[in-house]
Design a protein. Structure first.
Ligand code: SAM
Length: 318
């Protein structure tokens, strides 16, 4: 049976404030969490099927290859906490090898996660399946874990999909260090997208079908609903670029015209032609630089596995 604690813990006022603060900042920006309304979550699933977007495929293949070796060192019967679980498909693969007693899926996209989790719970009656709506920006995962009683199970975090790349290295370090504050913390299994030639990186965020462009622009539809804003999608174009100084992909929405956008409560912003809203950073690492980050966050890296051609890496760190 599924236990689900949905949107009631997601502070809607805080979400609106975050959006308005970003829109009115001197360099307008929006945190990537605003991508993930229901349509955005479906568009992200479509992105993972694109030939140009390799992260999901490579990570899935890597897990298949290393499942046996990793399962021997990850605690059995743990509470498996899936951070940004999405459609929950990646965690399922661990169920028959590490036999979690509790599967705790956390995500801001509660409407999208719920039916995925319902199906999963029906297929795994032996596991206590819990869904928690949360915004990592307003509640640290270790505090969220405390919302349910997980008895004496060790806690194993699973953070796949290179979502950690959305944080700056400094914020990633603080976020990962925070996880270690969880009572009975046992370890973290985390997936990271590795640095590769610029052409490959940019193609993954600017596919010829325009799926990633739609995913990016959908953030404006989300804000139109959330803030009662009047973004006109035709007035914006998708931009993806690689910033080699920071080692990150950036996504922006660029204004095609001079325009004004307004939202509820008298909020407004004027955008010149070619002005941008920065919507995502996705930091890429090499194997050693991410291991160093884990070390700075207080972890000891027990095992690192990576796909061939420096695609993605998985770290088990305690
Ligand atoms: C890149 S997707 C990864 C989904 C899935 N774990 C995978 O690897 O395919 C990022 C996930 O994190 C969730 N997410 C993004 N920002 C969040 C936030 N601030 N708090 C909680 N969840 C968030 C999104 O809704 C989405 O499901």
């Amino acid at each position: 049976m599924l236990e689900f604690h949905g949107a009631e813990h997601i502070d809607q006022e805080r979400l609106k404030n975050d959006a308005m603060t970003g829109l009115t900042a001197p360099a307008a920006s929006l945190p990537p969490k605003f991508f993930y309304d229901e349509l955005g979550s479906k568009l992200f699933e479509a992105i993972t099927a694109l030939p140009e977007y390799q992260v999901t495929r490579l990570e899935t293949d890597l897990v298949s290859k290393e499942l046996g070796a990793l399962s021997r060192i990850i605690p059995q019967h743990a509470c498996l906490v899936d951070l940004g679980a999405g459609n929950c498909q990646k965690a399922v693969r661990w169920f028959d090898t590490i036999h979690p007693s509790v599967y705790l899926a956390m995500d801001i996209a509660v409407g999208f996660m719920r039916p995925c989790l319902q199906k999963l719970a029906e297929g795994h009656p032996e596991i206590r399946v819990v869904g928690l709506g949360t915004d990592f920006a307003s509640e640290f995962p270790h505090a969220t874990v405390n919302r349910i009683n997980i008895a004496a199970a060790p806690v194993v975090y699973f953070y796949p999909g290179s979502s950690i790349g959305n944080f700056s290295p400094e914020s990633a370090q603080a976020f990962l260090a925070g996880l270690r504050q969880t009572p009975r913390f046992a370890g973290l299994l985390i997936g990271v997208d590795l640095l590769k030639p610029e052409k490959e990186l940019v193609a993954a965020y600017d596919d010829p079908l325009g799926v990633t462009a739609s995913f990016n622009k959908n953030i404006l539809l989300h804000l139109n609903r959330l803030l009662g804003a009047d973004f006109v999608l035709e007035n914006w174009q998708h931009v993806a670029l690689f910033d080699s100084f920071h080692g990150r992909i950036e996504m922006h929405l660029e204004s095609r015209v001079e325009q004004s956008v307004t939202w509820q409560g008298g909020g407004h912003r004027k955008f010149q032609r070619a002005a941008r809203i920065h919507t995502e950073n996705s930091y890429k690492y090499d194997l050693q630089s991410f291991a160093d980050l884990l070390l700075r966050a207080g972890y000891s890296v027990k095992k690192t596995v990576s796909s061939s051609a420096s695609g993605v890496a998985l770290y088990w760190a305690t």
